[in-house]
Each structure stands twice: as C-alpha cells, then as structure tokens.
Design a protein around this ligand. Structure first.
Ligand code: COI
Length: 370
C-alpha cells in the first residue's frame, strides 16, 4: 500500500510476469503508436446504491491484463465510456514529467458529466498516473519525439440492461510507449473531407471525449484511408461548412501576417489540451491567436491567395503535425510535396521543448512523476 503525494492510497499488486529488460528494449526500439502496453494498470472502482450512497474505492496498481466484465455491463450496450490522453516525458537527467495533468483531470470530469458518469476527484486522477508511471518507469522512452502515452478511461461496469446511468463504474489508466502517431518520420499529412458524415451535432457529445464520438468517425476515417489520406476533416454542414476538427485532432491555420486562427469551441469541438497550449505558446512568441469560425471556402480561398500560409493538426498523440493537402473528389487544396511550415515547426519545437525539459516551463505546466 502506498500513499501518494495526493493523499490517496493505492494498493500495489505488482505483476508476477513483467516483460524482461530485453523484451522491453526490443519494444522501445520501435514503439509506433498504441501497439504495446506496460506491465501494469492503475484502477479505481466506484459503486453506489439506489440511494446514491457510496463512491470511489479500492484504488490499486495491478498487472496489466484482460478485464473481466459481465456480458450485460452497461458500457457494452449503451457506450457509457469516456477517456483521456496525456504523456509522460523522460528528461535528460532521467526524471519523468507529465504535462498539464490537471487539465486532463478537469476535462475527464466535464466528459463524465455529459455521459452521466461519476466525477473523479482530481487526487485519484493524479495519483493513478503517478503510481502507474512509478511502477512502469523503465517503460518511459528517451528517444526524440517519444514518450509514454497514458490513457485514462472510465467505463460503466454495472450488469444491468435498463437504460439509466450505471451505479458501478471503473476508472483505469493504461500506458503505451509511443513514437510518431502517424508512423515513421514527421512529414505533412493529407486530409480527406467528410461530406456525408458529421462527427457531432448541437447538443450532442462532440465536446466530450467519449468513445462514441470516435466510433462515429470511423466510417469517414475508412473513406479517408481508402483515398490515401491519414485523417478525416469534419465540417459543420449546417453552418457554411465551418471547419470543426479532424477525427482525433484540432486544426490551426497560420495566416500571412503570422497570426494563428483556430475554430472556436462551439459545443461540437473537443477542447484539446494541446490546442490550448498551442494558443498560449503562440501568444508567448508574440503572435496573435483568434478563435473564430473558419469555413472550407476560407481555407480554399486563403491557400489560393496566400492569406493562409500553413495549416497544422494538433493533439496529445499527434503533437503538432503539418497538413499538406486537403481533398475529396472535387477539391484539392495545398500541395502534395509541401514541406513542413516554418511557424508550425517553431511552435512544435517550443511545445516539445517545454514538455521534454529543454525549454523553460514558464507557465508551470509540468508535474514530476518520478
Ligand atoms: C489524443 O491525442 O490523445 C487522442 O485522444 C487522439 C486519438 C489518439 C484518439
């Protein structure tokens, strides 16, 4: 049993069969994204009775492995699930840090409210991340552009087929060593315009990080991949084809005058932690940043006239990835052999510098984990 700095006790039931140092080294040599998982998982369970009495309990770190769920568990039928994504970075002195975890904890609770799941006290969120990373600290890669991707998630585990908010829930964190989300070297990606499918609608769950949003994006993502694109762009078809976001990332435009524009949060867009950090980093560099509606027409015309000089995607997994081409059967915006833009790369370098400890953390964004 260990007491975390946040005051929550996590019972340690460490794995009897962790990967050997050789197996781990082979994985860390080329982790890719989301392929491999560490030896442990952090878990906190929740249960309340009909009167709502009870709460979070049984915080623990245990061996990574399959979850035993009743086949009638609510998550399997009604999709009551939310998740987060953040990373642990190894600094040059070997210490391990994470980036703005309080923002992820707050967003998890915002998602929880929307999906009628219980809010998780921040100390459990931070404690679970710290305890897991401490148990699996050898898994945090040290290579350039690499980190340990942390995936907190919450699922409704109650065995009950009536449609109501579950009274039994599990919060878990798993960890996966990660390199470039898109694989290989960083280079501009091509994006496919989804004309038929929307990711989210007014009053829906677009601003929540729930699995259902990603499930709804997959058919469009398949269409993108069939057309040689890495990601799909969702538009608000009811609002002048306003740009919303990609399947799993926010979008930024660099304008000719050096300012940045990103779609305003409209209730259907996820408020990315990387998105808000990019805005701050750009402001720190003296750039103007505007959150506003930006339409597909403006994207096309802006690139043609030179008003828009660079476009990039951002997210925890993708960090900052330049967008080279936006297309569908009728559009081709950008250039297939475009190089990564200078501003895009400067913001990427500054953000990664803060995260990996080579640039000063002037906003106090880093939390030491080990
Ligand atoms: C992230 O960037 O962390 C995401 O959640 C995007 C995607 C991998 C689902």
């Amino acid at each position: 049993m260990t007491q975390t700095a946040h005051g929550v006790e996590f019972n340690q039931q460490l794995s009897a069969t962790p990967k050997s140092a050789e197996e781990r080294a082979a994985i860390l040599a080329n982790p890719g994204f989301g392929n491999y998982f560490t030896d442990h998982t952090a878990v906190v369970d929740y249960s309340v009775n009909e009167q709502g009495e009870g709460g979070w309990h049984t915080a623990r770190v245990e061996a990574y492995g399959p979850i035993s769920l009743d086949p009638s568990a609510a998550v399997l039928h009604y999709g009551q699930e939310i998740f987060e994504g953040l990373k642990a970075y190894r600094h040059a002195d070997g210490s391990i840090w994470t980036f703005r975890p309080e923002a992820n904890a707050a967003r998890l609770n915002k998602s929880a409210r929307r999906l009628a799941l219980p809010e998780l006290p921040e100390e459990y969120f931070l404690g679970a991340i710290r305890e897991l990373v401490q148990a699996d600290k050898e898994w945090v890669p040290a290579g350039e552009g690499e980190a340990l991707y942390l995936r907190p998630f919450m699922i409704a585990t109650e065995a009950f087929l009536g449609v109501r908010a579950a009274r039994e829930v599990s919060f878990r964190v798993i960890a996966s060593p990660a390199g470039n989300y898109f694989g290989g070297e960083l280079k501009p990606v091509s994006i496919w315009i989804s004309r038929e499918y929307a990711r989210a609608g007014r009053g829906g769950t677009g601003a929540a990080k729930c699995g259902g949003n990603y499930a709804a994006s997959l058919i469009a993502q398949q269409e993108a991949e069939a057309n040689g694109c890495k990601q799909v762009l969702f538009l608000d078809h009811f609002n002048d084809d306003a740009v919303e976001e990609l399947g799993g990332m926010n979008v930024f435009f660099v304008m000719k005058d050096g300012s940045l524009v990103t779609p305003a949060l409209s209730g259907t867009i996820l408020e990315g932690v990387t998105r808000m950090s990019v805005m701050q980093v750009a402001k720190d560099m003296g750039r103007e940043v505007t959150e506003r509606k930006i339409t597909l027409d403006e994207w096309r015309d802006g690139v043609a006239s030179g008003e828009i000089t660079e476009v990039f995607a951002c997210g925890t997994a993708a960090v900052i990835t330049p967008i080279g081409v936006l297309k569908d059967t009728t559009e081709f915006i950008g250039s297939a052999d475009a190089a990564a833009g200078e501003t895009t790369m400067a913001i990427r370098e500054q953000l990664l510098g803060i995260q990996t400890g080579t640039a000063p953390d002037t906003h106090g964004w880093l939390t030491r984990l080990a």
